[in-house]
Ligand binder design. Structure first.
Ligand SMILES: Nc1ncnc2c1ncn2[C@@H]1O[C@H](COP(=O)(O)OP(=O)(O)OP(=O)(O)O)[C@@H](O)[C@H]1O
Ligand SMILES: [Mg+2]
Length: 320
């Protein structure tokens, strides 16, 4: 087995709200090895973005990290000081965000933001011409008119262009881990496919470890080696991609694969009745039990452990 780049251990994260502190991420465990491409699937609101934002500690201010470890190349991100975190974000982990508008600074031109990112490499000995390098990156993500993009403010670009700028930024310096969180959810359908293909190509061509969070199961299926299925803040099934699609075991995974998610998110359009729980007072035991067609008493009493059902295939369900 190759080296572990990322290891999340028993992570618990919630948010302070006017009703109290929620329990969103619940004893979540995850591993990414060198060069491995992981897909994360799960309904809207199940905690995918919260988990991804915990990895490089870009959670909103009201988030509460309660417990756990997020080891990156063996160092716990949750214990890192500001300077180490800056280095982690600049050098180790890149994030293609769910919402490119929110992640680009509206006050600065694209060129200023590119420079800010490339500066790190320059300070560390690389001979870089900011403009040349930026244009080259924009061309690599098939941005039309890269010179204009370079000179523009984010608001002067379309949503698809802004997302490509974010992808170019994530490729600006070589990183160990690339996280793409629903990288196309704010784009219209035709552009969605182009951007997904582009990310897929990058994943195929480059030797990086990657986590792709996406409701577009077709894309996930095409580009990742292994899939983590998350329900209500916890991992309920892990399998090699083909195994997961050929032989899903957890009732939630079965429902998820049968359902066609709405393009805008918002859960199943068919498949499993009900919604993700209220995180102020989530169900005891298996969090899926109130919605599960195979519910039995033991499901309420204790959280099911992750058990191996076949080679490289793990499920957390009392029926397995
Ligand atoms: N800043 C916040 N304050 C309070 N609750 C939050 C905050 N951000 C997220 N949440 C809640 O945490 C839960 C998990 O949200 P998260 O964004 O991680 O889900 P997700 O799986 O990424 O969903 P989607 O598929 O819609 O992107 C949701 O119930 C959400 O409402
Ligand atoms: Mg999300």
């Amino acid at each position: 087995m190759t080296k572990k780049v990322l290891e999340i251990k028993d992570l618990n994260v919630g948010y302070e709200t006017y009703r109290g502190v929620t329990d969103v991420i619940y004893d979540l465990n995850m591993e990414v090895h060198k060069k491995e491409k992981i897909g994360i699937i799960g309904e809207s609101g199940c905690g995918k973005t919260t988990t991804m934002k915990t990895i490089n500690r870009i959670l909103p201010n009201n988030a509460v990290i309660k417990d756990g470890e997020v080891n990156f190349n063996g160092n716990d991100v949750l214990k890192m000081k500001k300077k180490e975190l800056m280095k982690l974000r600049r050098k180790n982990v890149s994030m293609i965000p769910q919402d490119p508008t929110a992640s680009l600074n509206p006050l600065f031109k694209v060129k200023t933001q590119m420079k800010d990112i490339l500066k790190y490499s320059k300070e560390h000995g690389e001979d870089i011409d900011y403009k040349e390098k930026s244009i080259e990156l924009f061309e690599s993500v098939a941005l039309a008119d890269p010179e204009r993009v370079y000179e523009s403010y984010p608001f002067q670009l379309s949503g698809g262009m802004r997302q490509r700028v974010c992808i170019a930024m994530s490729l600006a310096t070589p990183k160990d881990l690339m996280i793409a969180d629903e990288p196309t959810s704010n784009l219209d359908v035709t552009i969605q496919n182009q951007v997904l293909d582009l990310i897929g190509k990058i994943l195929e061509e480059r030797d990086l470890s990657a986590i792709l969070v996406s409701q577009a199961l077709g894309t996930v299926k095409k580009f990742v080696d292994k899939i983590y299925v998350i329900y209500a803040g916890t991992v309920i099934e892990i399998a090699e991609t083909k195994q997961l699609f050929d032989n899903p075991i957890h009732p939630y995974t079965v429902g998820l694969l049968e359902a066609t998610p709405k393009l805008t998110g918002g859960g199943f359009s068919a498949g499993i009745a009900g919604q993700t729980p209220d995180y102020i007072d989530p169900p005891s035991g298996c969090r899926f039990q109130p919605r599960c067609p195979h519910y039995s008493n033991e499901c309420e009493n204790e959280k099911p452990k992750m058990i191996k059902v076949e080679k490289d295939h793990y499920v957390a369900c009392w029926r397995s």
